[in-house]
Design a binder for this molecule. Structure first.
Ligand SMILES: [Fe+2]
Ligand SMILES: [Fe+2]
Length: 304
């Protein structure tokens, strides 16, 4: 066994870590638009030589808008997925398992609300609209149409990814807007229990599967990754539209195309690559099948 995750300890940790939305962002809180919101490791705006420092900061804010909206969207399919998973085994003699999974779902519902609260503060401060891929219902319909193990693997990847977003990118950064940095910290705290619960979900769904069935589940996982990759590209274009609405059109078409390429890669790293290479995600997949892990390892560099 590569881990010691157990429902009672996860539930206890979750109870200890719980926070309230008002503690993270009060109803009248405002974001400080003189500071970046997203860590540079994810925003990757510093390398955009075709933009001035002020324009890069505006794009950083647009990336934060995208982060809030995209996480809201992702959590909208995680919530029904977790509820379906717990419902399928009811009645269940393991009360602690049921409570831990229901708490997981409740926390995701709280996160959706938290991201919306931040989105509201963003819109008030930014002053113009930023387009987003979606709608969330269509994304949820596509994702939830896959094999439950494919979905559980994708959700597991997202949970570990949020861990690295805070630990590798935000912790120690002093320049960020404190409210936004605290959002990423609070999300990290609760998501660390989710990552463990997801590991247990993946194990339960993979139990007894043959190599051919695991191969099929990883096919489904890769299809979801491909779907989000297309979304990342479209979102990079939307982000540029939002930037141009603020600063005026880019002077050259070549600059425009290069900016979209560079930012597409930044989004890929933020939402896919940083999860695909996460050591805990790789451990969970490797415990199921080293062949399937090798397939993911082959895919990962495209998203780095
Ligand atoms: Fe969450
Ligand atoms: Fe989560």
């Amino acid at each position: 066994m590569f881990h010691d995750f157990q429902y009672p300890t996860i539930l206890a940790a979750s109870n200890r870590a719980a926070w309230q939305i008002d503690d993270v962002i009060g109803p009248d809180a405002t974001l400080d638009f003189s500071k970046p919101f997203m860590p540079e490791n994810l925003a990757r705006t510093d390398r955009l030589y075709m933009l001035s420092a002020k324009e890069r900061l505006t794009l950083n804010h647009i990336r934060a808008h995208e982060y809030l909206s995209l996480f809201g969207l992702v959590e909208e399919f995680i919530l029904p997925f977790v509820l379906d998973h717990v419902r399928a085994d009811l009645p269940d003699n393991d009360d602690v398992r049921v409570r831990a999974l229901l708490q997981f779902a409740a926390e995701e519902a709280k996160h959706i609300q938290l991201f919306r609260r931040f989105h509201q503060a963003f819109t008030q401060g930014f002053g113009s609209d930023c387009s987003m891929i979606g709608p969330p219902e269509a994304v949820a319909e596509f994702v939830l149409g896959n094999d439950p193990l494919s979905i559980a693997l994708f959700v597991l990847m997202i949970e570990w990814m949020t861990q690295s977003h805070y630990v590798d990118s935000v912790r120690g950064e002093t320049e960020l807007d404190p409210l936004f940095a605290n959002l990423l910290r609070c999300h990290w705290i609760e998501e660390s229990q989710h990552a463990k619960l997801d590991t247990l979900m993946v194990e339960a769904l993979a139990a007894g599967k043959t190599e051919a069935e695991l191969h099929q589940a990883v096919d489904g996982f890769m299809a979801i990754v491909g779907f989000f990759d297309l979304g990342c590209r479209q979102q990079a274009k939307f982000n540029l539209d939002a930037l141009e609405a603020k600063i005026g059109p880019r002077p050259s078409e070549a600059d425009r195309l290069e900016l979209i390429e560079l930012q597409h890669q930044a989004l890929r790293w933020t939402y896919l690559g940083s999860g695909l290479v996460h050591k805990e995600f790789r451990k969970a997949l490797g415990a199921l099948s080293l062949n399937q892990l090798a397939r993911i390892d082959e895919l990962a560099p495209k998203f780095s």
